[in-house]
Design a protein around this ligand. Structure first.
Ligand SMILES: [Mg+2]
Length: 294
């Protein structure tokens, strides 16, 4: 008889952890544990997935917002950023707009906004320095989990629609930019301490993450023998991030549901296998993957 991991893993038995199909979750964990560490890869979203919301205000400085804290940023950029945010939220959190429509609208919005980055006198070093000053917070347990995944050579991919340079800076600040960590996100193109725009023409947003794989042959090559994936995110769009990866056998999708989204628990349970509400830790993930380390 196979192990009842859902019962065994204490962290899955908290009232803030939900599953729509317990048997499916157990079968996925059984297959992933049986596959072992050499068959596993992990894919994380960054903001509000690896980072913590402020427990009092329910806010945090995102990888996107970190740029506005750089002392050299111009008022012109700040104005464009505010306009972007004002336009972004009514699309992302509007239940009347279909997923496909959202994707197209957000791509266009990002594309227009990216123009405002050009000429901003912010260097990579300034971003590194700012990351140490804004007091970013990782979820409790993130440093330990990343250290364990590094020790066991399990590839960790962070896919984010924020700014890749900010994520890199925050990881460096916490000393967790291990060799097994890769970041696919929107990186700046710098020239002499001035941002020239974004490096890639495909801009990642919260809804188009599963479209990026045809542009990532090197990463696909790196993980081609790893057919089991644990996906962790906090947006509905994060759940499908691994859907375009070839030769996958098992994907366990874990979602953090924060209070601020308009989506309901049942919306989350439609796309994630495990949904965690209002948690500031990565304990559930650690509770599952520790069985793979053994
Ligand atoms: Mg997020």
């Amino acid at each position: 008889m196979s192990t009842n991991y859902v019962k065994l893993i204490e962290e899955l038995n908290n009232p803030h952890v939900h599953m729509s199909d317990i048997t499916k979750v157990n079968n996925l964990i059984c297959s992933i544990v049986a596959g072992g560490k050499n068959n596993l890869q992990m894919i994380f979203d960054f903001d509000r997935t690896m980072t913590k919301l402020n427990e009092q205000t329910n806010t945090h400085v995102s990888s996107f917002e970190l740029l506005r804290h750089c002392p050299s940023i111009s008022p012109k950029y700040l104005k464009a950023e505010q306009e972007y945010i004002d336009n972004y939220c009514p699309i992302e959190y509007n239940r009347a707009i279909s997923d496909e429509e959202k994707k197209a609208l957000l791509e266009k919005l990002w594309m227009d906004f990216a123009e405002s980055l050009k000429g901003e006198p912010v260097s990579y070093e300034e971003i590194l320095e700012t990351a140490t000053k804004v007091e970013p917070t990782l979820r409790d347990g993130t440093e330990k989990l990343l250290a364990d995944l590094n020790k066991t050579n399990i590839p960790v991919l962070v896919v984010s629609g924020g700014y890749g340079d900010s994520i890199e800076a925050i990881f460096k600040h916490f000393g967790v930019l291990y060799p097994n960590v890769n970041i696919i996100s929107n990186f700046f193109c710098f020239d002499n301490g001035v941002i020239q725009g974004l490096k890639n023409s495909f801009i990642i947003n919260s809804r188009n993450k599963n479209d990026l794989w045809s542009m990532q042959p090197d990463y696909l090559n790196l993980i081609m023998d790893r057919s089991n994936i644990v996906v962790v995110g906090d947006s509905i769009g994060d759940a499908g991030v691994a859907d375009g990866i070839p030769n996958v056998k098992n994907i366990l999708k874990i979602g953090f549901k924060c209070k601020r989204t308009n989506e309901t628990l049942s919306d989350f349970l439609k796309v994630f296998d495990v949904v965690i509400e209002d948690s500031h830790t990565l304990n559930v993930i650690q509770g599952i993957v520790k069985h793979i380390f053994e």
